[in-house]
Design a protein around this ligand. Sequence first.
Ligand code: SF4
Length: 279
Amino acid sequence: MKKIPPLAAPAHTPLTRARLHDLEVCERRYWLRSVARIRWPVAPPRPEVEESVERGRQFHQLMRRHFLGLEPDRTELPARLAEWWAAWLNHPIPLPPGQRFPEITLSVPLGRQRLLARFDLLVLASQPDGQALILDWKTEARPRSRKRLAADIQTHLYPYVLAEGSAALAGGQPPVADGERPVRPARIEMIYWQANDPANPVRFRYSAEQHAANRARFQLLADRAEALQPDHEPPAIDDLTICTHCGYRTYCGKNVSPAAALEEVPEDETGWELALVKE
Ligand code: SF4
């Protein structure tokens, strides 16, 4: 296993979905990626992966422009994008009247750390005590199952951050009562719209109970991040099911056959997120 040179103490980095996931599955991966900041690509990304990331980025841009009132010229869209755009037009998510926030970032404190979420679209319904919808676009070739989405830390992080940070969207309006915020957890719904399964959006209702459980979960992960020392490389884990998909597998000396090694590309590590999330 290679040694890493001593490092300066890292500045606190906001805990995004990818970082929380790293902390949960392998502290070493979090340390390598977010503390030591070592980039360790296994190999140059395959052209089809690069193309898929680029198409996803373009679709996110297209949807952002759509919700800002700028409609695309369909004749100028590349074939795949035109297909996804038609899928949205044929199977849109009905949205209540209210404020719409395309591609907005919210960050909320958690102890000495911050949690950060970048939303594809937030909708705050205009009626009193109305709904708050979080919409997330997915463009992966294989749509994700409800079970897989339920297990994704994004499904828990985004409603948590919205509930905690909603005062910023409500014009700085203070909590309506002790422990309450303009957007209450029970009014939040997260909806995944998958371009390759547009007729079957996957919805998750949020609740005060989930909010309390998430707070405890994220605090635990934030404490883990806090406890990591910049000059102390955490040990490798033994779970090959995780290492197989990890970009640091050769760095850690994990022998995984190239055929099995499909690299995990966290969404908030892809170009359109990196371009927008400032650290
Ligand atoms: S290869 Fe395994 S041990 Fe190494 S950082 Fe990745 S998940 Fe952790």
